[in-house]
Design a protein around this ligand. Structure first.
Ligand SMILES: [Mg+2]
Length: 263
């Protein structure tokens, strides 16, 4: 089941990616800038949606706390590898393996060998960023693929100028499912907004629950477009027209990957 229009505002559970969706991508993960007023807009939206606002990100939850404070009610971090269902609850982690230490060491050596490349450790994996070392992308990809060949507990995800090694079994879709089964999200209709291939799992999950999954590029043009739309929604208490105009088929347009445009 999919929607052909946005959920009614007062029945929506709003699920938002961070990088490339709420904030602009920066040369390195540590240099992102939270635009002035964004946390106030999110806090106002959270209030209007009776707390049904979550950030669903690949970042650690602690980073979201640093960047956005308590504006989101719930946070799913590390692509579903960590969840906090309400502001003061402990972080829940599905029981997942961590990559071998040797992989971290080898990844650190790879990053060190390419000026500008960056290794970002995560609780159950790591990301190799090559935005400032674009020529290294293919080498990183083939090296990581070779390591993973002998260990089917982990998978390699291609992100925005990033390769990420993470345990199988969780993704942004499982995070959306888990959030939508708990108050204040359960009983509402999910609206997921994201920009990246890893967000497509979240979009599929939202659509499978009768909600909508919107791609930033198609529906809003840019993170600035997302922010302007959310700002208007926070002001009026309703969803404005989408800047990208009406989208054909399932709301949000077709997804790439194995489900094609059928999700
Ligand atoms: Mg993103």
């Amino acid at each position: 089941m999919t929607l052909d229009r946005l959920p009614p505002f007062n029945r929506t559970a709003l699920l938002l990616d961070l990088d490339g969706t709420l904030i602009d991508i920066a040369p390195t993960p540590d240099t992102v800038v939270v635009p002035p007023g964004l946390t106030a807009v999110l806090a106002r939206l959270r209030d209007r949606l009776q707390d049904a606002l979550a950030v669903v990100t690949g970042r650690p939850i602690e980073t979201i706390d640093t960047l956005l404070g308590d504006a989101p009610y719930a946070v799913a971090g590390e692509h579903g590898g960590a969840r906090r269902h309400a502001p003061r609850l402990p972080i829940e982690r599905p029981n997942l393996p961590s990559p071998p230490t040797a992989w971290f060491e080898s990844a650190a050596a790879l990053a060190a060998a390419h000026r500008g490349a960056l290794l970002e450790p995560k609780a159950r994996g790591f990301a190799l960023h090559y935005r400032l070392a674009p020529d290294a992308g293919p080498d990183f990809g083939s090296a990581l693929s070779a390591w993973l060949l002998g260990d089917d507990r982990f998978e390699l995800m291609a992100g925005q100028m990033t390769w990420e090694v993470r345990p199988k079994g969780v993704d942004k879709g499982s995070a959306v499912d888990a959030l939508m089964h708990e108050p204040p999200f359960c009983g509402r209709i999910p609206l997921f907004i994201g920009d990246d291939v890893t967000d497509e799992d979240g979009m599929r999950a939202a659509r499978a629950l009768g909600g909508a999954g919107l791609r930033v590029d198609a529906a809003f043009g840019s993170p600035a477009g997302v922010r302007a739309w959310l700002t208007a929604a926070a002001r009026t208490g309703d969803w404005p027209e989408l800047p990208g105009g009406p989208l054909g088929g399932p709301l949000g347009g077709p997804l790439g990957g194995p489900l094609g445009g059928t999700a």
